[in-house]
Design a protein around this ligand. Structure first.
Ligand code: ADP
Length: 158
């Protein structure tokens, strides 16, 4: 059974993340989304709230689950039996950071592979930060957020 781990902050999950999740779910037997708690970032949504929001967006995918962890990514992967890490690449700007992360993980554990999946062009500008920035100005979020969580995110800015 091929299990892939998709780690990130998902603060909140966007259409860009969901697209990567749906495409990965077609390739792997199981996809584990890992909400990694980053002590350097002050999140807008608690990790439990982020988990709840992701779960609302993946009800149509029966081989995807969500976990929360503050451990090192490769240890989370091992814990859930994943030997593949999925990362989305939006633009060249992502590449340098992702390359550093991937080679670090490779040095830590060569049995875990990182696979990069390119973003769909319509989501290549999209990040959780863009959602927060637009939400603050009460912009329309329907094209960038999964329908299941729009109300929740909009309420946060009211
Ligand atoms: P961000 O805060 O940048 O939105 P995360 O830390 O939650 O993202 O990212 C988790 C993973 O999802 C990363 O590999 C990131 O590159 C990827 N990702 C984020 N947004 C998109 C998008 N719009 N399209 C494809 N991949 C994305």
């Amino acid at each position: 059974m091929k299990i892939a781990l998709y780690p990130g902050s998902f603060d909140p999950i966007t259409m860009g993340h969901l697209d990567i999740i749906e495409r990965s779910a077609k390739i792997f037997d199981k996809v584990v989304i890992a909400i990694l708690v980053n002590p350097r970032k002050e999140p807008m949504f608690s990790s439990e709230k982020r988990k709840e929001m992701i779960e609302k967006c993946i009800v149509h995918l029966n081989n995807v689950e969500v976990v929360v962890s503050s451990e090192l990514t490769i240890n989370v992967a091992k814990k859930y039996g994943a030997d593949i890490l999925i990362r989305g690449i939006r633009a060249v700007a992502d590449y340098e950071y992702e390359l550093q992360q991937a080679t670090t993980n490779m040095a830590l554990d060569s049995s875990i592979e990182t696979l990069f999946m390119v973003s769909r062009p319509e989501y290549s500008f999209l990040s959780s930060s863009v959602v927060k920035e637009l939400g603050r100005y009460h912009c329309d979020l329907t094209k960038i957020l999964p329908g299941a969580i729009i109300d929740e995110v909009e309420n946060k800015f009211r």
